[in-house]
Design a protein around this ligand. Structure first.
Ligand code: PHE
Length: 368
C-alpha cells in the first residue's frame, strides 16, 4: 500500500516521532525503488508538487492543523522532513541518471583490440610511373615539361611536321578524325593526335630558342587492340633547339637517358630510319637488359631491343613555326619520341598491353 499522509489526532512528541519515522521510511523506500528517469520524475512530483504533493499535505495536515502550543515543535519536524525529502529526491536523481549514462557508455564502448577498417592504398599506375620516371630523367638534364591537347588540328599534327597533305607518310599513323569537318580547310580539321610531336610546334611557337622540353601525353591511333597494340597509348616527346646542337648531343642525351631508365650497363645503337620532321632520323635500340646482348626470347635472339624514334629537327619544320626566332640558318636541334607502354612492358616483363587498361587490381597491386 502506498504511503499517504495521515491526519494527526495526537500531537505528543512520541506520536510525532512515530509519524515522522513512518513518513521518512516511506520516502526512502520509494527513492530506492526508482529505477528510470521516468520513475524518478513520478517520485519527485508525488512528494514535491506544490499542489497536493505529500510535502504540501504534511504542511496542511500537520502544521496548519496543529494546536497553538504544538506548532513550534511540529514546525521543526516539518523542516526536517522537507530537508530529508529533498535529499532523497536529489540522490535518487543522481543514481538514476548515473546508471543511464553508464548504460549509454556500455552501448558506445569501443573495442580497441578489433583490427579496424583497412582502406586499400592507392598507387601510381605503372604507365604513369614510367612516364614520370622518363620525365624526371630529362628534368634532371634541365628540360622543362609541356603538354598539349589530345584533339589537335591537321596542321599541327601533320602539316607543320612536314607531312604534306595526302602524303603517304600519313598512312603510317592510322588517324581517328573528328566527324563533320568537311567544310573546313584541311589544315583546320580536327583529329585525335597520333603522336605528341605537334607539341614540338606548339612549344616553339610559345618559346623562342633555346628550348629543351619534354612532353608526356596520350595519343590515339585507329589500331585494333591486341597484345602489343592499343588505340590509346602514351608517349613522351623531347625537343632541344639551340645554336650548334649536333647529332652527337642527341646520341649522348639518349644514351644517358636509356642508362638511367634501364641500368648503366646498357648500350645504345642508332639505326637509320625515316620521319618527315627529322633529318637524319634514327631508331634507337638498347642492348637487351635481360640477356646482356647474347640473345634471348625478349630480344627475339637479336641482342637488341628497339625503343624509340628520333632525329635532327628537319630545317623545314622551323619554317612552319612562323617566326619566334627559329631560323634554320642559326639554330639546330633534335627531337625524340618514345612509347611509354612499350618501355613499361619491357621494364617489368609484361606481355600484354591490355593489362594496363583493364583496371584489374590483382595486376595493378603488384606495382604498389
Ligand atoms: N612522333 C614519332 C612517332 O610517333 C616519334 C618521333 C618523335 C620521331 C620525335 C622522331 C622525333 O612515331
Amino acid at each position: 500500500m502506498a504511503y499517504s499522509v495521515p491526519k494527526l489526532a495526537d500531537y505528543s512528541p512520541a506520536a510525532l516521532d512515530q509519524a515522522v519515522r513512518e513518513l521518512l521510511s516511506a520516502v526512502r523506500q520509494e527513492a530506492e525503488a526508482a529505477r528510470t528517469e521516468n520513475d524518478w520524475k513520478v517520485f519527485r512530483d508525488r512528494w514535491m508538487a506544490r499542489k497536493n504533493g505529500l510535502l504540501t499535505q504534511v504542511n496542511d495536515l500537520w502544521l496548519k492543523a496543529a494546536p497553538g502550543p504544538a506548532k513550534r515543535n511540529v514546525g521543526a519536524r516539518v523542516n526536517q522532513i522537507r530537508t530529508e525529502v529533498e535529499q532523497a529526491v536529489d540522490s535518487a536523481q543522481q543514481r538514476v541518471s548515473g546508471s543511464a549514462s553508464a548504460g549509454r557508455l556500455e552501448l558506445e564502448r569501443i573495442d580497441i583490440t578489433l583490427p579496424g577498417i583497412r582502406r586499400p592504398l592507392g598507387a601510381e599506375h605503372p604507365v604513369l610511373r614510367t612516364m614520370n620516371e622518363i620525365v624526371s630523367v630529362f628534368r634532371a638534364m634541365g628540360y622543362s615539361v609541356a603538354e598539349g591537347p589530345e584533339i589537335e588540328t591537321d596542321y599541327l599534327n601533320f602539316e607543320a611536321l612536314n607531312f604534306p597533305p595526302n602524303h603517304p607518310a600519313r598512312d603510317t599513323q592510322d588517324t581517328i578524325f573528328v566527324a563533320g569537318q568537311e567544310k573546313k580547310p584541311q589544315r583546320d580539321r580536327l583529329l585525335l593526335r597520333t603522336h605528341t610531336s605537334p607539341v614540338q610546334i606548339r612549344a616553339m611557337m610559345a618559346t623562342p630558342p633555346p628550348i629543351r622540353v619534354v612532353v608526356p601525353g596520350k595519343v590515339h591511333r585507329a589500331d585494333t587492340a591486341d597484345a602489343t597494340h592499343s588505340p590509346i597509348f602514351h608517349q613522351v616527346e623531347g625537343l632541344a633547339v639551340d645554336t650548334n646542337i649536333t647529332f652527337c648531343d642527341l646520341k649522348g642525351t639518349l644514351d644517358h637517358a636509356m642508362k638511367s631508365l634501364f641500368g648503366s650497363d646498357v648500350k645504345t645503337r642508332f639505326f637509320p630510319s625515316f620521319f618527315p620532321f627529322t633529318e637524319p632520323s634514327a631508331d634507337v635500340s638498347i642492348t637487351c637488359f635481360k640477356c646482356g646482348g647474347k640473345g634471348c626470347r625478349l630480344c627475339k635472339m637479336s641482342g637488341w631491343i628497339e625503343l624509340l624514334g628520333c632525329g635532327m629537327v628537319d630545317p623545314n619544320v622551323f619554317n612552319f613555326v612562323q617566326g619566334n626566332g627559329y631560323d634554320a640558318r642559326k639554330v639546330s636541334g633534335f627531337a625524340f619520341g618514345m612509347g611509354v607502354e612499350r618501355i613499361t612492358m619491357l621494364k617489368y616483363g609484361i606481355d600484354d598491353i591490355q593489362l594496363f587498361y583493364q583496371g584489374d587490381v590483382r595486376f595493378l597491386e603488384q606495382f604498389a
